[in-house]
Design a protein around this ligand. Structure first.
Ligand SMILES: [Zn+2]
Length: 127
């Protein structure tokens, strides 16, 4: 919605209020137009929400992913950040950080194995 469009609405609004009192039918038309506008807005919001859900690649898009508990890459075992910024990926609501995108490919070959390994390593860290 640009400024010119907003200005147009502001120009129309006082006239609408005038016609409201005189002609009931125009009022109904305006109501319908408002309804259509709000439905269109709602549809746009839903579309945005769906796109975001796809982006995060998680089964539970409403909640935040569980933070990655380690400071090492689960695939290579390398310390994160040593080869530049870690590659962050969310798998089934669990955030995972890799040293590089190649490690994500390896992870996806056997996700459960690496998820178990992350859990085991996180438990070790807490001791
Ligand atoms: Zn790597």
């Amino acid at each position: 919605m640009n400024a010119a469009y907003c200005q147009t609405i502001l120009d129309i609004l006082p006239q609408t209020q005038l016609t409201d009192r005189r002609i009931g039918r125009k009022h109904v038309v305006m109501k319908l137009l408002k309804l259509v506008a709000s439905v269109t807005m709602a549809a746009a919001l839903v579309a945005v929400a769906v796109v975001r859900a796809d982006d995060s690649a998680t089964n539970n898009p409403a909640s935040k992913p569980i933070p990655y508990p380690l400071n090492t890459c689960p695939v290579s075992g390398d310390k994160l950040g040593e080869m530049g910024a870690p590659y962050v990926f969310v798998y089934q609501g669990q955030e995972i950080k890799f040293c590089c995108p190649d490690c994500k490919k390896d992870f996806l070959k056997d996700p459960q194995k690496y998820l178990n390994q992350i859990k085991a390593d996180a438990a070790k860290q807490q001791k």
